[in-house]
Design a protein around this ligand. Sequence first.
Ligand SMILES: [Cu+2]
Length: 273
Amino acid sequence: MTVRKNQAALTADEKRRFVAAVLELKRSGRYDDFVRTHNEFIMADTDSGERTGHRSPSFLPWHRRFLLDFEQALQAVDSTVALPYWDWSTDRTVRASLWAPDFLGGTGRSTDGRVTDGPFAASAGNWPVNVRVDGRTFLRRSLGTSVSELPTRPEVESVLSMATYDMAPYNSASDGFRNHLEGWRGVNLHNRVHRWVGGHMATGVSPNDPVFWLHHAYVDKLWAEWQRRHPGVGYVPTGGTPDVVDLDDTMKPWNTVRPADMLDHTAFYTFDA
Ligand SMILES: [Cu+2]
């Protein structure tokens, strides 16, 4: 059974294996398929039309399935690898071990945002950015530049305390847990982290930065924590909602997966705590 661990608790060997598996997916071309899929959904999901991956109730089950696909691809390379999560409310500075050269590498240089250390630096030769929105082929970051603070634990708590999963109009204007966690409204958790990292993470091709998976694995864990805190409060809407994925509707791009199938993460993995 897969156990997802806090990235801060990974051993040197676990970091090495995770990085090697990610680099192998990149080398084989599989990695870029994930970047492409995410960007297609970012571009297509709209508040007034069909919306599946983002700005909608299915933001959480869609990303849970998307991360599972990625984790299973990693495990096809190395069966011991699981996705780690980044608790950005705790590991909230550029000095966190997450950003060390033996793991994800650090921020980008000020001139052009280019990441210059770690396994994903362009100079290492193993991380060409192929699915991109401009001509630049190097991984970019600007940690803490466009927004200075990552969310705090009290801010996370304020969102976990919300007793409704989602609310009409089921988009970026909604009240409720999902939209506050996603960040279009209120203290802003998930969206703010994308902006804090900057570079590719602040674009539709955000999975070009491997921290995407660690960020979303923590967003996913917060969903699990919210469920534990609000037993009996379910996914909504539950039927007949135009442009929105209801509980028992299938989700693109899989067309075989429903939010109802994704509510219980323990069918797929557990967390270290
Ligand atoms: Cu996303």
